[in-house]
Design a protein around this ligand. Structure first.
Ligand code: GDP
Length: 489
């Protein structure tokens, strides 16, 4: 144990692992208190570090990075890439440290490998003692960042409302390069297609697999009755696939393709939502988080935007459509956050503008639309709610959209699935029991009442129960009669 000193060359490759550990305590003669004091002094002299070592590990290679030539790692490798003979002394050292100073005093506390995100790093915390579990969120953060994120966004609304342009503007991509726009004749008989585009985006080391589900042809045919059926079926299919995967054997690597959000585009040219919009939203609101958008807001005056928003909100309420509800703020949430949330709630439906091109005006370049009378800026909050939508979708509510999908929409689907599966099983069992019954063989009524959930089934069950009881009574009477007959003989 003592042979592993802090100066070992090899340890320099693992700056974090060793640097944060205090020197090994050898001497039993010195009191623990004295040792403790000396160590604190030594560490304080070097800004809480051992001499010659920087305060935090280099961000490009945190402790978990194995050296380039590290051997093949076992399924759950240790974090330093060392073999067990090297890691053991380290562990012992740490354990001896913990047993002496638990809970660790600030100067001796091993530094968190998260550098700037170290929850104990703030100056006011320097004099406090901690066990260390405030790093738990960091551990979760690190794991989830490694795993990456997925998000599935669906867009629906009539052709030409600017869906593809808005998606490109939102995610700064060009997803629709190869899109073929159909002419009027082709659209007469067109059915709704479902097209999925998946892109991987990375920002500051965080990876997002973003899937955009497009619904070309939606509302385009002459007869649009139930044209949202395809959309509904698609959402159900993704739930079904997830349900199957979840019930299968390999549950570890399930791909989540459930639709987390539907951006529903409403035309700026009508008087509020069209009947197809209302019917579609009504059909889908229990299955997906709907966010209504007022498309092409630059074609409306400010007063028109306000009156159309009002009309859309009224009709949504009148028809009992449950669009995505922003979570209620906790009362202890800071004022700024509460205000932001209120602005979001009041802005529904978001009035949006999209553009695929950059325009230049007054020496500035930005995504916008240039008209003879001026330019509109996509990201200007005075011109549209685009920024509000993007912030809400990506920065503040992406996880909540996923949570609501999982906890509400998918749970509903799952409960319905389980109910109908149980009902089918009960019916099948009853049918086979009845067959057995007719054949006069032994039966094992009653069936569990909890599994029967329709009135008809309950009535059948109760009748069956009555029959069974009557039969039991009959058998008992017969037995008694036989006994009394044999007694009298
Ligand atoms: P999609 O069929 O719904 O995907 O619509 P597109 O994104 O292909 O847009 C159809 C047309 O509307 C194109 O000519 C776009 O340049 C234009 N467009 C897109 N977004 C806007 C917008 O916010 N305002 C205006 N005025 N036109 C837009």
């Amino acid at each position: 144990l003592s042979s592993l000193s802090i100066e070992d060359q090899e340890d320099l490759q693992y700056p974090y692992a060793m640097r944060d550990l205090p020197p090994v305590i050898h001497s039993a003669e010195k009191s623990q208190k004295q040792d403790h004091h000396e160590m604190e002094e030594a560490l304080t002299a070097a800004n809480g570090r051992l001499p010659g070592y920087p305060r935090t590990p280099p961000s490009s290679c945190p402790v978990s990075c194995p050296p380039a030539s590290s051997p093949t790692v076992p399924p759950r490798p240790n974090h330093t890439g060392r073999d067990s003979s090297q890691i053991l002394p380290l562990k012992r050292q740490l354990v001896s440290q913990v047993s002496l100073d638990s809970p660790l005093s600030p100067a001796l506390r091993p530094r968190s490998p998260w550098g700037l995100l170290d929850p104990y790093d703030s100056p006011e915390d320097q004099d406090k003692e901690y066990v260390g579990f405030a790093t738990l969120p960091n551990q979760v953060h690190r794991k989830t960042v490694k795993k990456g994120f997925t998000f599935t966004l669906m867009v629906a609304g009539e052709t030409g409302l600017g869906k593809s342009t808005l998606i490109n503007s939102l995610f700064l991509t060009d997803l629709y390069k190869d899109r073929k726009v159909l002419n009027a004749e082709e659209r007469i008989s067109q059915t709704v297609d479902i097209i999925k585009h998946t892109i991987g985006i990375e920002e500051k080391g965080v990876k997002l697999r973003l899937s955009i589900i497009d619904t070309p042809g939606f509302g385009d045919a002459v007869n649009n009755t139930a044209s949202w059926k395809h959309v509904e079926d698609y959402i159900d299919q993704q739930f079904e696939q997830y349900f199957r995967d979840e019930s299968g054997l390999n549950r570890k690597n399930i791909q989540d393709n459930r639709v987390h959000c539907l951006l529903y585009f409403i035309s700026p040219f009508g008087h509020g939502p069209r009947p197809i919009d209302v019917e579609c939203m009504k059909a889908l609101h229990e299955k997906v988080n709907i966010i209504p958008l007022l498309a092409k807001a630059d074609s409306l005056t400010q007063a028109e935007v306000c009156s159309k928003k009002l009309k859309i909100r009224e009709e949504i309420k009148q028809f009992g459509i449950n669009i995505y509800q922003f979570p209620e703020c906790d009362s202890d949430e800071d004022e700024d956050f509460q205000r932001q949330e209120q602005i979001l709630k009041d802005s529904i439906p978001f009035a949006v503008i999209g553009s695929n091109i950059q325009v230049e005006s007054k020496g500035r370049k930005f995504r916008g639309r240039s008209y003879p009378w001026g330019v509109v800026e996509v990201e200007n909050p005075i011109h549209s709610d685009f920024l509000l939508l993007r912030n809400m979708l990506v920065r503040t509510h992406m996880q909540d959209l996923k949570d609501v999908t999982r906890e509400n929409h998918y749970e509903n689907y799952r409960a319905q699935c389980i109910q109908s599966m149980t009902r089918m099983m009960v019916q099948e069992r009853k049918r086979s029991l009845r067959e057995k019954y007719r054949e006069g063989s032994e039966v094992d009524f009653p069936l569990p009442l909890a599994a029967v959930d329709t009135d008809m089934e309950r009535q059948i069950f109760e009748k069956d129960e009555e029959l069974r009881k009557m039969q039991e009574v009959l058998e008992r009477i017969q037995e008694q009669m036989q006994q009394s007959q044999s007694g009298s003989c």
